[in-house]
Design a protein around this ligand. Sequence first.
Ligand code: CS2
Length: 485
Amino acid sequence: MSLRRLSEATLGLVPPHVERPAYDRAAARIGVVHFGPGAFHRAHQAWYFDEMLKAGGAFAVCGVAVRSGDVEEALAPQDGLYTVAEREAEPRMRVIGAVTQVLTAPRAPEAVLARLADPAVRIVTSTVTEKGYCLTSSGDLDLDHPDIRRDLAGGNPPVSFPGWLAAGLAARRAAGLPPFVAVSCDNLSDNGKRLRRAILQLAQAKGDRDLAAWIEAEARFPSTMVDSITPATDDALREKVRRELGLEDAWPIQRERFVQWVVEDELGADALAFADAGVTLTHDVTAFEKAKLRLLNGAHSTLAYVGLWLGRETVAHAMADARLAGFVERMMREDIAASLPATPGLDVPAYIGAVLTRFRNPAIAHKLSQIAWDGSQKLPFRILETAAEALAAGRPVERLAVPIAAWIHFIRARARGGETILDPMADTLLDLGRRMDGDPTADVAPVLALGAVFPSAVASAPVFRAAVEAAYARLATAPAAALDA
Ligand code: CS2
């Protein structure tokens, strides 16, 4: 029997044990534009905005997909409604109502621009992943990036995320409005500073000095740390939600119950609403960002590449391998923790314990292959910054070299299997992978030479190279023993 679809019209049919918006959605004005309304946004920021709406706040969200129309197609027939399923021993579901509009930028560019220039819009959040910022490895805007080139050569409508943000700010300036606050929610260290630099460089490269000066003087780009483990939606989840709601939801989201958002305190009048919804506002977000990126995401990427090499499928499955779990824990407690400054309010050993417990959550099937996407974009923030600091301080890098060695094996295995890699550098990586023959020196050198991934201080350090080669060799011949380091 085909079920009715979740929407405003069927919301009343949602069973009482599933929380649903009790506020007046029609009266909620859009105060936030969000770029990249994928699973993570809907699990995280949209949930926080739902909390704010519940408390009487005014932050309905307009989601803007920069490229694909998938989200609009799934959510428009549902009036923006979707389910968040918390996967825990005691599961819970909630229908989120905060997203009241979804636009696909290439289909409706004028509507996107109008939203960005709407006086009621005060905040623009983003989850466009690392690659969406179009940066070089040194953190500058990549002026050779094809999307940035298009935006510089006319760019109407823009194609890149920085292009959209700059166009939105230009439209506000032209209309005599204050800028929106741009809140990056991606896993990049100093995400706010990086975004600001990218937008300023874009305005300058366009020759618009007045816009650049205005942005520099007026616009705020708080940095943030975002956290909630959100495995990709699968059919099993759709089925679960269907049974629980008695309605069809084309794109429900699943995540763990834990959710955290730390935002640099630059939100002005809106800070209170955020704080009331459980957002931590701080003047020192860097320490939280670093801890999360290096410990949680660094451990995640390590579990992904080493775990896949050992034939494991999910994070919990990888954590069930005592040797691998022990290795990751030592890496976190000894190597990564040493790179984190003491910060009031951040108990690093306790944080590590909590992260490891979250990784073991048996109710979550978080695929290692999902975490393995975009290694070229993720590893610099997750592992290589830690390695660079360890090298500079004379600390050991043997363990930090293991995820890099496992990534190289991953590239080689995918290339040999004729498979693809989800990564903006896939062509280059697969090309290297096809030439690898298992010899550590020959296989490792061209990967470390990828300047877009490896900072030169890391690539040129003989101890790091030797450590990656040794780990690469050990993973091939005695994988379990490689983890005893
Ligand atoms: C993961 C993250 O897919 C990945 O690379 O490491 O998405 C991770 O689950 C989140 O950052 C947790 O907040």
